[in-house]
Design a protein around this ligand. Structure first.
Ligand code: GLU
Length: 508
């Protein structure tokens, strides 16, 4: 972007995230909010939260509160919004009803909207006929030519009324989208949309235009599913004679099979990611990466780095694939960047959260055990966690990976223990190693390693086979962090106990 243009934007940008509190926070909301935040920060502007609660039937009581928790977890709390306030409030649409009524009224007086008295039965009938004749479902404009005088008389008489947008005939409505350029719509297939409902609540279309204007929003970022509504909004801006903010319709997130990201096929709830141990920083990096990266080589970047470079025209609009494998990989990278202390902090916050809010009983149970271990053997836990960090992709994988330190009743696999040797032979070697290990005074992984290697040589066993057999004996796992370190954490007595246990297993 030309430098001049960039400087002009400094301090001028206002973005908003406008969720409807109708359910639990969606990853799509985090995706939008991230770009709102980045763009606002890039130009020293403001990023606003507006609660679009005009569809009272679909409200979920605690959804707004949960949204704050989600934004707080993601570190995306808004600069202005219902909780923090701001100069452009109120920020909940249900608290702005009079405004919408006033603007609807203005449109009617101007002749750009009209009162409609059609009953629900009549509307259903029209739709039914249209469906049968293969026409798109649209209002048939029955009330469009009622005189204002007649309409007011009916309102006076207590008739139920809505306000509808007057869409012109035979026009091309041009929508300019920052990612796609100009998109043209034939006005003949744009519906005379209801703007104000009979209960005095606005529909989304009226409320969004009025609010974006009154709140001084400069860049509207929303999902591309809203692009088809844009011509209605453009008409409203024209009727009000308001400037149109920049429109950015972000591409729909998709499952690996290219279908729209859905609850059924993937996990769309932010809480799922929280519960399953993803770090918010990694999740945001992943979401950004779906459509943007700072350069060809760089996939791991922070929001702050995005702020330095991001421009809309660089956003890739071709169906971003939400690939959880990629997220796992990224999350692992982020985990490994944490210091010991940071990791412990994340783990305990995660465990506390799952304990209170967890939905998945398996995860809840894992956390319960994790907390028990933390109380009973804090030292073992600390060391085990620190070793497990190198392999784990999520926080959740850490308790899973370290369970064997705390549960000494192991379930052995005969093949892993034997490594293709005879049981008698393996029993002999394991017994000898156990004996020697007990004789060593120091709890030192290097000394242990040497001892084990010597024992292998003495019994003519490959080092690898003995390591594998021992690993299986003390952990009952195929893959663990380096064996001696694991044994050092377990301690000589516990390691010995487990070797004995394995020997007994082989004997039976
Ligand atoms: N309330 C709309 C939603 O829930 C917001 C769309 C917009 O950002 O304009 O998605």
């Amino acid at each position: 972007m030309a430098k001049q243009k960039k400087e002009k934007l400094i301090g001028q940008v206002r973005t908003r995230i406008a969720p409807s509190p109708t359910g639990y926070p969606h990853v799509g909301t985090a995706f939008q909010a991230l770009f709102d935040w980045v763009y606002a920060r890039r130009y020293d502007g403001q990023y606003i939260l507006r609660i679009e609660d005009t569809d009272q039937k679909r409200l979920v009581v605690d959804a707004e509160e949960v949204l704050y928790q989600a934004f707080s977890w993601l570190d995306l709390l808004p600069d202005e919004g219902p909780k923090v306030g701001g100069q452009y409030g109120p920020y909940r649409q249900s608290e702005r009803l009079e405004l919408y009524q006033q603007y609807a009224q203005q449109l009617v007086e101007q002749g750009d909207a009209y009162y409609c008295f059609c009953s629900a039965e009549r509307l259903t009938q029209i739709r039914e006929t249209q469906r049968k004749t293969g026409q798109p479902p649209m209002y048939d404009r029955h009330c469009r030519n009622l005189s204002l005088k007649e309409a007011k008389a009916r309102i006076e008489a207590g008739k139920k009324v809505v306000v509808r947008l007057k869409v012109p005939d035979d026009q091309t409505i041009r929508v300019y989208d920052e990612l796609r350029g100009e998109v043209k719509f034939d006005s003949n297939i744009v519906d005379d949309q209801v703007l104000l409902k009979s209960d005095g609540f606005p529909t989304y279309h009226l409320a969004v235009v009025v609010d974006d204007h009154l709140m001084g929003i400069t860049h509207i970022v929303r999902g591309e599913e809203w692009l088809s509504s844009a011509p209605k909004h453009v008409l409203l801006y024209q009727y009000f004679n308001w400037p149109i903010p920049k429109l950015i319709h972000t591409p729909t997130l998709r499952n690996p099979d290219k279908s729209k990201l859905s609850k059924r096929k993937g996990n769309t709830s932010l809480w799922w990611y929280r519960e399953h141990g993803y770090l918010p920083t990694a999740l945001l990096n992943f979401l950004a990466l779906l459509v943007w990266k700072p350069n060809e080589q760089t996939e791991i970047f922070t929001r702050k780095e995005m702020v330095k470079f991001f421009e809309w025209r660089e956003m890739n609009v071709t169906g971003p694939i939400f690939d959880i494998k990629k997220l796992n990989w990224l999350n692992g990278k982020y985990l490994r960047k944490l210091s010991k202390e940071e990791l412990e902090k994340h783990l305990s916050e995660w465990a506390d959260w799952v304990e209170k809010k967890g939905q998945d009983q398996e995860v809840v149970n894992e956390v319960k055990l994790f907390k028990e271990w933390k109380n009973s053997k804090p030292n073992v836990l600390r060391q085990a966690v620190s070793l497990a960090k190198d392999r784990a992709r999520t926080l959740r994988e850490i308790p899973q990976a370290i369970a064997f330190y705390f549960e000494s009743d192991l379930e052995y696999d005969g093949h892993d223990l034997l490594q293709d040797h005879e049981a008698v032979e393996m029993i002999k070697v394991l017994t000898a190693v156990d004996q020697q290990l007990l004789e060593i005074q120091k709890n030192d992984s290097q000394v242990w390693e040497k001892t084990i290697r010597q024992a292998a040589d003495k019994h003519d066993l490959s080092h690898k086979d003995l390591f594998m057999a021992l690993r299986s004996a003390v952990t009952a796992q195929k893959y663990t962090p380096p064996l001696y370190e694991v044994m050092t954490i377990l301690g000589r007595e516990e390691s010995s106990k487990r070797i004995q246990q394995a020997i007994n297993f082989l004997k039976n």
